[in-house]
Design a protein around this ligand. Structure first.
Ligand SMILES: *[C@@H]1O[C@H](CO)[C@@H](O)[C@H](O)[C@H]1NC(C)=O
Ligand SMILES: *[C@@H]1O[C@H](CO)[C@@H](O)[C@H](O)[C@H]1NC(C)=O
Length: 338
């Protein structure tokens, strides 16, 4: 073999890890351990995945994820909790129906839930050559603002987007607003967190200020972290596939030409999409994995079957109807329209 082909091969081999894995639904409940710890019910409904020690409090002084006895995530070392709001469909008669979540590509059989990524470089970068510091026990963060209702406000959270799925493999274009036409295979909500950490705070009052975006360029263009937040961490990304297929008949859509989907916090624009993260990896499993040369399939972790991850469930704390055609969205949030 010519040396140049060898070099090419060497360059193509991954340096560090990118992991992508499925997590099934743990619970859909009106709790919010980060923004409203201990408040039952919290203002809006969430869909939550990960370790079964989840409760409304998640006291940062205790290692609550460490108390989990199972996780809905593919890797048993990951008892983190990840959550987002829940999508509803508003019928012409004014009632609401919760939109189910369908399994993503590669997660066949998963009941609800999301696909999670941790990456050191852009998704298409097979080499993953950058070096990141894994999150630490007690680390939490949020990205996105439920009160954002204009493109400008949404732009502060540059990588929180939607993909209108023509089929399960559609990945672009991405929009900041909820798609304004029916999406044949569903709506994928993409949430990417910032990648520069201040290196000191595991959390901050707004759950955001300890994190920021690269100082110039983007995460994908390998932009450097600013001095205020000098520590590159993995880019955490959530994909949720909202199964809108049963709501795609144009005759069921609003007569004024707007789109019928609305977040559980009352946002019909889509600009308020947000995600929450509560770190809970066992020991140094995340750092060890990020430092291993592998792409998607990483042998350093223990993989459970999808049937096994589906079995990890907890009961809802708030006893309310979330599944019928409802006259109000749970918690009756103030509505924000186009
Ligand atoms: C959550 O769990 C912790 C630890 O098990 C417990 O101390 C706390 O009281 C629980 N909080 C709620 C609201 O159940
Ligand atoms: C409202 O519309 C939905 C969707 O068409 C239908 O399933 C539901 O029964 C209707 N509810 C009432 C009270 O008419």
């Amino acid at each position: 073999m010519h040396w140049r082909s060898l070099t090419a091969l060497a360059l193509a081999a991954p340096t560090n890890a990118l992991i992508r894995f499925s997590c099934s639904q743990l619970v859909i409940d009106r709790i919010d351990p980060l923004v409203n710890p201990g408040l039952i019910p919290s203002p809006h409904l969430h869909q939550i995945i990960g370790g079964n020690s989840l409760n409304a409090t998640m006291d940062p002084a205790k290692d609550m994820p460490g108390e989990s006895t199972c996780t809905t995530c593919q890797f048993t070392e990951d008892t983190s909790n990840y959550w987002t709001a829940v999508l509803f469909f508003k019928a012409r008669n004014g009632t609401y129906k919760r939109v189910p979540i369908r399994a993503n590509v590669g997660s066949d059989g998963a009941e609800g839930g999301m696909t999670i990524y941790y990456m050191q470089n852009g998704l298409a970068d097979y080499q993953q050559a950058s070096k990141v510091t894994a999150f630490k026990p007690g680390f939490r963060m949020i990205i996105g603002d439920p009160l954002a209702s204009t493109p400008e406000e949404a732009q502060r959270y540059r990588q929180v987007t939607y993909t209108c799925l023509q089929d399960m493999n559609t990945r672009f274009p991405e929009t900041k607003n909820l798609p304004n036409k029916p999406c044949p295979a569903g709506i994928m909500a993409n949430i990417r967190f910032p990648t520069c950490w201040d290196g000191k705070n595991l959390d901050t009052a707004d759950h955001m200020s300890h994190m920021t975006y690269p100082e110039s360029g983007t995460f994908d263009s390998k932009g450097p972290c600013p001095e205020s937040h000098p520590v590159p961490v993995p880019q955490l990304m959530y994909e949720t596939v909202w199964d809108t297929r049963q709501f795609n008949n144009p005759d069921d859509w609003p007569e004024d030409g707007t789109q019928p989907f609305i977040w559980s916090f009352g946002d019909q624009t889509g600009y308020g999409s947000h995600g929450d993260y509560l770190f809970g990896w066992k020991d140094n499993a995340l750092q060890r994995t990020m430092d291993t040369p592998c792409y998607v399939n990483c042998p350093t972790l223990t993989t459970q079957s999808i049937a096994e991850q589906n079995k990890c469930k907890i009961d809802r704390i708030v006893d309310e109807d979330i599944d019928s055609w409802l006259t109000t969205i749970p918690g009756n949030p103030p509505m924000r329209k186009h």
